[in-house]
Ligand binder design. Structure first.
Ligand code: SF4
Length: 170
C-alpha cells in the first residue's frame, strides 16, 4: 500500500496517467516551469503570513498555512483552472485532519484573481474521500500506465515531453 498524499488525490482529478507515473516513481516535477511557478507563488504571495500561521505535519506531507485558532487551512493557487482538483486536494487535507480528530475548514485563495473559495467538511465527504483513496490505489498498482489522453492540462503538465515528445512505442 502506498502512502496516499494530497498530490495523489490532485492528480486523480487531473489525469490518471499522471497519477500512475507519479505513483510509480517517474518524477518530472523538477523539470516543470509550472511547478517552479507554483513554488514561487507559494513563497511570495503570502510571505507576510508566515508568522501568523503554522505549518502542520500530516501523514505523507504537510499543510503550509494552518490557522490553529480558527481551524482553517489556507492554500494558495495561481488560478482556478484546476479548481475541481484543487478542491479535492483540500478535501483530502480536511479528511486527514478529521482522522486526527480536528474538524476544520479551508480557504482556497487565488491572490491574482482576488478571490477565495471557502470549503467546509461535510459528513458525506468521508465516504467520498474514501472512494478517491481506493481509486488511487487501483490506478497506482496497475501494471501499465493508463494511455495518454490529450486534454487542456497537458500543456502545463510536468510529463508533457514524456507523453508527447517521445514515442515510446517505436
Ligand atoms: S501530459 Fe497530459 S496525458 Fe500526459 S500525464 Fe500530463 S496530463 Fe496526462
Amino acid at each position: 500500500m502506498i502512502q496516499i498524499t494530497a498530490l495523489h488525490v490532485h492528480y486523480l482529478h487531473i489525469c490518471h496517467r499522471k497519477l500512475w507515473l507519479f505513483s510509480n516513481g517517474i518524477g518530472m516535477e523538477h523539470t516543470s516551469d509550472a511547478v517552479a511557478d507554483g513554488t514561487l507563488l507559494h513563497d511570495t504571495a503570502y510571505a507576510h503570513r508566515t508568522k501568523r500561521y503554522v505549518e502542520l505535519d500530516i501523514p505523507g506531507g504537510k499543510i503550509d498555512y494552518y490557522d490553529p485558532a480558527n481551524k482553517v487551512i489556507h492554500e494558495t493557487k495561481r488560478s482556478g483552472k484546476m479548481e475541481q482538483a484543487q478542491q479535492a486536494q483540500i478535501k483530502f487535507y480536511l479528511y486527514q485532519l478529521h482522522e486526527l480528530g480536528i474538524v476544520a475548514s479551508a480557504s482556497l485563495d487565488y491572490p491574482e484573481e482576488r478571490k477565495s473559495d471557502k470549503i467546509i467538511w461535510l459528513d458525506s465527504d468521508h465516504k467520498l474521500v474514501d472512494s478517491w483513496i481506493s481509486q488511487v490505489h487501483q490506478i497506482a498498482i496497475a501494471e501499465i500506465s493508463p494511455p495518454k489522453r490529450e486534454q487542456r492540462f497537458c500543456q502545463s503538465c510536468a510529463y508533457y515531453d514524456f507523453c508527447w515528445s517521445v514515442d515510446l512505442t517505436s
